[in-house]
Design a protein around this ligand. Structure first.
Ligand code: PLP
Length: 427
């Protein structure tokens, strides 16, 4: 790994490194399979005795180049790309938490992650206890059980913009001998590095800002290499005891700090096959090349937009950690000194109908399911992602009926504000 000290340079230069006479641009290795001269050499790859590529369902050089870049941006030890953010969070948890295990999960959290853990992983025999990011240490401690394997949380929650006190969560997780997994999708590694604050594993939906242009669905898992699996060997037998599906190798023994990502690649990718397509990894890499330019612009625009909304008499409330009056202003400043992201939420005084009318009146901002994109976009959770819920259920999930998720893009801030102003005026 190159270890450039500046994220700007990492965004552009890290990952793919051409050797003499090789293409300057990262090639898309559009091949499912890789050729070997002798049968034993390939056999050793299958046994994880040698490292190398043999089948793209497990790993592909294009993906690995991009994973290395994200790993370096996060200050991690090893990383892998997945087919989606959902796959990243699933693998991140399932790699260490199987049937009979228990997860402590902070919510508000992305609805897809909530469903994955609460509904689908429950069917796999995995229990979950929900805590709130604001809970004090005593309340958090009470959520742990004998069979707890990890803590899962989001740096900035989608869509409610709650900022996680990463140090508090890391301290509690470590006191119970389990790793903290943080979904860092919204701040991106430009605005926050959870590992620096004690997180052990970081996940991303690369679909969002990392790609930045809405081109490809993808995910990433970064392991800090800091969690000492052997210290709690009985809790994590998948890593610390022989894997029968690889002739009895023990991941921690053979791969040390690389144990977690090697197991996720060799075992979960092999068996579930949720690899990112190399073509999408190529687009993702181009996106990351401008991430360091886009994020400050998203933040600067969002700050202006949030201040405009806060001052508008028809707007009831705004959730944006960059606002001085926001409940998460101080935590936002601590963990994301360069700003949290371009995403905020607001509601109209006229309630659900007024919020829907504003959205319908918008011209520059588009109504899409997507978020964290170069283009400004909006979503009304009560009518879209959370449509099946009653108003009472929405409130329980922390989403008011008038809640609009606004993802501020990198157009001119005045144009975004003018669009919102006319939409609110006409509503
Ligand atoms: C979108 C999102 C996900 C899911 O990612 P996909 O790429 O859509 O599968 C997970 N976490 C957060 C915070 C997200 O915003």
């Amino acid at each position: 790994m190159s270890n450039y000290s500046s994220k700007e340079t990492i965004c552009i230069q890290s990952g793919y490194k051409p050797k003499n006479g090789e293409p300057r641009n990262m090639p898309i290795v559009q091949s499912t399979t890789f050729k070997y001269e002798d049968s034993d050499a390939m056999g050793r790859l299958f046994d994880l005795e040698d490292s190398g590529y043999f089948y793209t369902r497990l790993a592909n050089p294009t993906n690995d180049n991009v994973a290395r870049k994200i790993c370096e941006l996060e200050g991690g030890f090893a990383a892998m790309l997945t087919s989606s953010g959902q796959a990243a969070n699933f693998f991140a948890v399932f790699n260490i938490c199987e049937c009979g295990g228990h997860v402590v999960m902070a919510s508000p959290i992305y609805g897809g992650t909530f469903n994955l853990v609460i509904t689908t992983m429950k069917k796999m025999g995995i229990e979950c206890t929900i805590v709130h990011p604001d809970d004090d240490e005593e309340t958090l401690n009470a959520a742990f059980k004998e069979n707890t394997k990890c803590v899962l949380a989001e740096t900035i929650s989608n869509p409610s913009c709650v900022v996680l006190d990463i140090e508090k969560f890391a301290k509690v997780a470590h006191a119970h001998g389990v790793p903290l997994i943080v979904d860092n999708t919204f701040p991106t590694p430009i605005n926050c590095n959870p590992i620096k604050w004690g997180a052990d594993i970081v996940t991303h939906s690369t679909t969002k800002y990392l790609d930045g242009h809405g081109l490809g669905v993808g995910g990433c898992i970064v392991d800090s290499g800091n969690f000492d699996w052997n210290k709690y060997a009985d809790r994590f037998p998948g890593l610390t005891q022989p894997d029968v599906s690889y002739h009895g190798i023990t991941y921690t023994e053979k791969f040390g700090k690389g144990a977690y990502i090697t197991k996720a690649t060799a075992q979960l990718m092999r068996d579930f096959g949720s690899i990112q397509s190399p073509q999408n990894a190529f687009y993702l890499n181009i996106g990351i090349e401008t991430l360091h330019l886009r994020m400050p612009k998203h933040v600067a625009n969002a700050q202006k937009v949030a201040e405009f909304l806060e001052a508008n008499p028809k707007v009831a409330w705004v959730n944006y950690p960059g606002l001085k009056n926001d409940k998460y202003y101080e935590l936002g400043k601590k963990y994301c000194p360069g700003g949290t992201s371009g995403v905020m939420a607001f509601g109209m005084k006229g309630g659900r109908e007024a919020s829907k009318a504003v959205m319908g009146n918008l011209e520059l901002a588009c109504i899409v399911t997507h978020v964290a994109d170069a283009r400004t976009c909006v979503l009304h959770p009560a009518s879209h992602t959370h449509r099946q819920m009653t108003d009472e259920q929405l409130l329980e999930a922390g989403i008011r009926p008038e809640f609009i998720r606004l993802s501020v893009g990198i157009e001119d801030a005045d144009d975004i504000i003018a669009d919102l102003a006319q939409a609110i005026e006409r509503a």
